[in-house]
Design a protein around this ligand. Structure first.
Ligand code: ADP
Length: 231
């Protein structure tokens, strides 16, 4: 799904990524960890086609992003983004926020409404369609943004700190929702320094430090298995 080769990125004199080689297969669930400033956000933005690397090769879904002339519309159909800066539209209802990717893709109105309602139900916000984002709590707003990120059934879901400012129970619920996307066939990459994660056995951990990959720990099993302590 994703092939990165020698990817580097500099913001002026600051090096954010420095020689990243990474292959992520379809259906994998990857958590990008590491301290603040390690390059996690930049790496997700490179994969989303939002940041062009200063060097290296970025292939997403078989397409070389450096060669793709019209990366944005092409990517929008295949990728779901959960980034802080993609703010909810405060003057629109919850359902109008969630259906946005479908409207952009030209999905007819009634189908878009039905799919947006189904996405809201998946994040446990059924029946809240007509409310404005301001009427949701912090954690609920994050789930609303998640519904918007998954509504078009993306093959790749990229999420930057999706559990920021959430309590442990809400964070766990969001991780489980994101993991369920893998079960539905999507590849999911999350940047997070939140220690709350689902079973380690189901997660591939990639740790960044100063723009380099310093650890890459594969998931030992894609489905839940008993840990030694439970066996
Ligand atoms: P992380 O997500 O792990 O906190 P980032 O990818 O946000 O890391 O940042 C990596 C490095 O790049 C940091 O040193 C950060 O200060 C720098 N950086 C990130 N975005 C910008 C920017 N827009 N302009 C200048 N430097 C940036």
């Amino acid at each position: 799904m994703i092939e990165l080769e020698g990817v580097a990125h500099r913001y002026g004199a600051a090096t954010a990524l420095d020689g990243i080689d990474l292959d992520v297969g379809a259906g994998e669930f990857v958590v990008l960890g590491g301290p603040s400033g390690a390059g996690k956000s930049t790496l997700l933005r490179v994969m989303a086609g939002l940041v062009r690397p200063t060097a290296g090769r970025v292939v997403v879904s078989g397409q070389d992003l450096a060669r793709e002339r019209r990366a944005a519309p092409w990517l929008r159909q295949r990728i779901g983004l959960l980034f802080q800066e993609l703010a909810l539209l405060e003057d629109r209802s919850a359902i109008d926020n969630v259906r946005l990717p479908l409207d952009i893709a030209g999905v007819p109105g009634r189908t878009a409404r039905e799919r947006a309602s189904a996405a809201l139900a998946r994040v446990d916000l059924a029946g809240r369609e007509r409310l404005r984002p301001a009427q949701f709590s912090g954690g609920e707003r994050q789930r609303l943004a998640l519904a918007r990120a998954i509504v078009h059934g993306p093959a790749l879901l990229l999420a930057d700190e999706p559990t920021a400012r959430m309590d442990a129970a809400s964070a766990l619920a969001v991780f489980e929702l994101l993991h369920a996307q893998c079960g539905a066939g999507a590849t999911v990459l999350i940047a997070s320094h939140d220690p709350t994660t689902i079973d380690d056995v189901r997660v591939r951990h990639v740790r960044l430090e100063r723009g380099r990959i310093v650890e890459d720990r594969a998931a030992t099993c894609p489905a839940r298995v008993a840990r030694p302590a439970e066996a």
